[in-house]
Design a protein around this ligand. Structure first.
Ligand code: R1P
Length: 335
């Protein structure tokens, strides 16, 4: 039987579980790796310390959260499936369950628009969104409108990216792995694997010139995938407003100290004017599975090797990020 939900604005169960991820306060850590596939999440979790035993919860909607310790530091791995809408569920619901800073690294696959070989790693400095213009007349053609919209870029968190991720990947590089690691790259996240990535299908998508248009318009455009932009966008735009719910009567913060663990509502404090407000820092590691230039596709063996290398390095980068104690959840990863 389904649990009773208490609040239509931000639905939660009576014991505080968010509606789609199924987790509650304390079951997710401040440091998070997010991936698209269950097997990738489970493989990364093999790097966790064996004690305490990691917590694992798969929600009815298919989100998987594994929280454990990596070399003593609490980390969560959250598998979100694919696409921007799932990113939205993930970021907003996790934000509701964690106090303090969130450090999020997406480890995902991508297609590559340049001549980088499959198996390369791209750490994008920024991402744009490419979305299908639903006002364009796809049935009959349209002389007035553009079929695809390109957003302005949003930046990765450069501390996570340059200070931690690149070094962790280089240090963990397997002997004899020649795979390039590229940082001077811009990513495009799309709302379709097909139309807004310029693939030709039986649908009339008016996209045959889309990839050339991207290359001409976006300096350093390198990769295409479907989530990074939405992670960066939500991370950059979160201002720590209190969630308007019955619990938002909780008083405004008057000191730089994070609310105590007895707070009835994790985000029931308005940090929007507080220089010590929590942050969401986000970066991405993108594994080149498909070359859109040569049409090469990565082999299963290469995928295993690349995921083993990059998965361990992402955990190491998160562990090494120095976060002051008062910017962390008081009982993070205690499950
Ligand atoms: C499409 O096959 C999926 O693969 C890429 C895209 O962003 C999209 O989610 O990422 P993942 O490998 O993380 O799923």
């Amino acid at each position: 039987m389904r649990d009773t939900i208490t609040d239509a604005n931000f639905p939660k169960t009576a014991d505080g579980r968010v509606y789609h991820l199924g987790i509650k306060d304390g079951e997710v850590a401040n440091r998070i790796v997010t991936v698209g596939s269950i097997s990738r999440a489970q493989d990364i979790a093999k790097h966790f310390d064996s004690s305490p035993k990691p917590f694992s919860l798969q929600s009815e909607r298919g989100f998987l959260t594994i929280t454990g310790r990596y070399r003593g530091v609490p980390v969560s791995i959250v598998c979100i499936g694919m696409g921007g809408p799932n990113v939205d569920f993930f970021i907003r619901e996790v934000r509701e369950c964690v106090r303090g800073d969130l450090l999020i690294i997406r480890l995902g696959s991508c297609g590559c628009l340049t001549d980088l070989p499959v198996g390369s790693l791209i750490l994008p400095k920024a991402s744009i969104a490419v979305t299908r213009n639903l006002d364009f007349d796809f049935a009959n053609g349209d002389h007035w409108r553009t079929p695809y919209r390109l957003s302005k870029p949003v930046s990765a968190d450069l501390d996570l990216l340059m200070a931690q991720l690149k070094g962790a990947l280089e240090s963990a590089r397997p002997v004899a792995a020649p795979n390039p690691i590229v940082t001077n790259a811009v990513n495009a996240s799309t709302d379709s694997f097909y139309s807004s990535q310029g693939r030709q299908t039986s649908f009339q998508d008016y996209n045959s010139g889309l990839i050339d248009h991207l290359k001409e318009t976006i300096p350093d455009i390198t990769s295409l995938e479907m989530e990074t932009y939405w992670i960066f966008h939500l991370a950059a735009s979160w201002k720590g407003l209190s969630t308007p719910s019955p619990a938002s009567n909780f008083p405004l913060a008057t000191s730089p100290v994070l609310p105590s663990h007895s707070s009835p509502h994790p985000q029931g404090v308005d940090f929007s004017n507080d220089v010590h407000k929590p942050l969401i820092k986000a970066a991405a590691v993108q594994m080149v599975f498909a070359s859109r230039r040569s049409q090469d596709f990565i082999t299963p063996q290469q995928v295993s090797e690349l995921e083993a290398w990059s998965g361990g390095a992402v955990l190491e980068a998160l562990r090494a990020m120095n976060v002051p104690h008062n910017r962390l959840h008081p009982n993070e990863g205690s499950v």
